[in-house]
Write a protein that binds this ligand. Structure first.
Ligand SMILES: O=C(O)CCC(=O)C(=O)O
Length: 253
């Protein structure tokens, strides 16, 4: 076991758990360098990988200072052994298995890049909105800071214990610039948000019903994170078998 019984109880009570210093510095360097290589087109994207540009850049509202200032995220890195090394990190898998059981699949992967100079907010949302598999309690997200994440740089904000509620309707927020797929909920009445400040290498584990989002990056540096979702092999989906989906990978180590 990687997590203590107290940590597991904490996760179950609040819907999230911060595990400090989980991933080695040298591994973070490797993931970040690989991400930059993809984002700057030094390396061809792996199959299925998508590199997304910030909406303000796409619409010409800001001129990115460097190519990295144009990118908001990279998704689907399952076919890149370097980045996917994140999803196979020993300590990370141990935490995930402590929360959802031994037989697991990774089901989605992301690198989040929040550059300075753009809006870049991620509205409050629940990740279950993006998944058809259930039960929710057998799915967990991992989000590891690749840079210091503070309120100033646009760290994650969560509504503690909101995972005990329902899956809310999601829609694009009424903001001038919203990145593609960044759906949100009207969470004002649901609870107080708490900012989760993190150091590089810290990992947040969170439940797919936990309401969370992130603010603007008001600093001069990038706020980056690498993330994966995992589901127990016990999960089911309504139509086709999710286990043979393009992004699903059985974890065999
Ligand atoms: O990294 C961010 O700013 C947002 C991440 C997020 O919302 C998520 O992992 O679901």
């Amino acid at each position: 076991m990687q997590l203590t019984n107290e940590q597991i109880a904490d996760y179950q009570e609040h819907g999230f758990l911060l595990v400090p210093n989980l991933i080695a510095e040298s591994h973070l360097d490797r993931f970040e360098a690989r991400f930059v290589a993809f984002a700057t087109e030094v390396v061809e994207p792996a199959p299925e990988m998508i590199i997304m540009r910030d909406i303000m850049v796409v619409q010409g509202a800001v001129e990115p200072a460097t190519p990295m200032h144009a990118i908001n995220k990279l998704i689907n890195f399952e076919d890149d052994p370097t980045l996917y090394g994140y999803a196979l990190e020993t300590q990370l898998l141990a935490c995930v298995r402590d929360l959802i059981g031994a037989e697991i699949f990774s089901i989605s992967t992301n690198v989040f890049n929040k550059p300075p100079g753009v809006d870049g907010r991620h509205p409050l949302h629940q990740d279950l909105r993006y998944f058809r598999i259930r039960p929710a309690d057998k799915i967990v997200a991992t989000w590891t800071a690749l840079s210091t994440a503070t309120e100033e740089t646009g760290c994650l904000a969560v509504i503690p214990a909101s995972h005990k509620g329902e899956l809310y309707d999601h829609a694009y927020p009424d903001w001038e610039y919203v990145n593609a797929g960044f759906f949100g909920i009207d969470a004002e009445k649901i609870g107080e948000r708490v900012h989760v400040e993190m150091q590089r290498g810290d990992t947040l584990l969170f439940h797919p019903l936990l309401i969370h989002g992130s603010g603007r990056n008001l600093s001069q540096s990038f706020r980056r994170a690498i993330s994966s979702h995992y589901a127990s092999s016990e999960c089911e989906s309504p139509n086709r078998d999710w286990r043979v989906g393009k992004q699903a990978r059985r974890i065999t180590i």
